[in-house]
Design a protein around this ligand. Structure first.
Ligand SMILES: Nc1nc2c(ncn2[C@@H]2O[C@H](COP(=O)(O)OP(=O)(O)O)[C@@H](O)[C@H]2O)c(=O)[nH]1
Ligand SMILES: [Mg+2]
Length: 303
């Protein structure tokens, strides 16, 4: 289920997030490890100053391990506490150790006044990034719904994770970065948003071009692209871009009656197989190549 983001939806999400943030000490932000720049929300930092913050590069099982390490390094250098995570198979204890680390000072301060502090945390992220799966993983049971079905909201409840940590069971929904066309297009590759500007075929062609840069061998092998197939950026010719989808059709035998290439089918297959991780572990952004390098830092050390 995809949400079409209009200003009204964003305003509502922002209002709800403000309300949720008021109730917590800690913000656990999830981004997609395949797109650590584009899958973050630039407004979040401004909304949670003073809160402890940890960033999890979720779905790291689908991302390139070396790229993930590079991103973690880049985030760490700008003061963001960042770690890879796999909300389906990862160890909950790994995430708990990180949370314990970022709240240690605060908990100690309460303890020095004789108070045992129960830390309250909110999981936030764009649609489909794995917020519900993350909450389930940490709480060790299916407490949150892993789907984007609307209408299953209940009253917010606290999920007790350890003796000293509670999570809000309703994750904080972040609106995706749709003001930036590059980010919007990449989020559309993942299925996070529906790209309203590009049709599916143009989107799939554009993904193929990016794959020829990020994972050329995997893309060529999976979609039987000719050895000479280059990313459109390198070729710079519109007509050559279009031929990538034709090459997929030729390789898979996708033809309509009359012999015309079934590029609609090819586009769907390219997007589906990429989303399902069938090309292997691929990251589409590197920390050096984006403006996202100057990552938003959350959580001043002052209390
Ligand atoms: N491969 C992989 N899939 C994940 C991971 N986390 C979540 N998913 C899947 O991504 C989809 C969206 O997850 P969900 O928790 O509903 O996302 P939410 O919209 O942020 O709550 C579901 O199909 C999950 O099974 C992960 O770490 N790895
Ligand atoms: Mg969810």
């Amino acid at each position: 289920m995809q949400i079409q983001w209009y200003p009204g939806h964003m305003a509502k999400a922002r209002r709800q997030l403000r309300e949720q943030l008021r109730q917590v000490d800690v913000v656990l932000e999830l981004c997609d490890a395949r797109l650590p720049g584009s899958s973050r929300n630039p407004d979040l930092a401004g909304m949670c100053s003073g809160k402890r913050h940890a960033l999890f590069l979720n779905k790291s099982d689908l991302a390139d391990a070396r790229a993930t390490q590079a991103w973690v390094g880049a985030f760490t250098r700008v003061g963001v506490c960042a770690s890879p995570f796999d909300a389906l198979r990862g160890r909950a204890q790994d995430a708990l150790n990180i949370i314990e680390e970022i709240v240690r000072e605060m908990v100690a301060r309460y303890a020095s006044r004789g108070v045992r502090k129960t830390v309250r945390a909110l999981v936030v992220g764009v649609p489909n990034v794995g917020k519900s799966a993350f909450i389930n993983r940490l709480s060790g049971r299916a407490a949150a719904h892993t789907s984007d079905r609307p209408g299953v909201t209940r009253a917010p409840q606290w999920v007790r994770v350890t003796d000293d940590l509670e999570l809000l069971d309703t994750p904080g929904l972040l609106w995706p970065r749709i003001d930036d066309p590059n980010a919007a297009r990449r989020l559309a590759y993942l299925g996070t948003i529906r790209d309203t500007i590009l049709d599916q075929e143009t989107l799939a062609e554009s993904l193929l071009e990016e794959l020829l840069i990020a994972a050329p061998d995997a893309a060529r092998a999976r979609f039987k692209l000719p050895d000479g197939a280059l990313a459109g950026n390198e070729l710079g010719e519109e007509s050559d871009k279009a031929s990538l989808l034709d090459a997929v059709c030729a390789g898979r035998g996708f033809r309509l009656s009359g012999g015309r290439m079934d590029t609609t089918r090819a586009a769907a297959i390219v997007l589906d197989e990429f989303r399902a991780g069938k090309l292997g572990r691929i990251t589409l952004e590197t920390p050096g190549d984006a403006q996202y390098d100057k990552s938003t830092k959350i959580g001043k050390r002052a209390d």
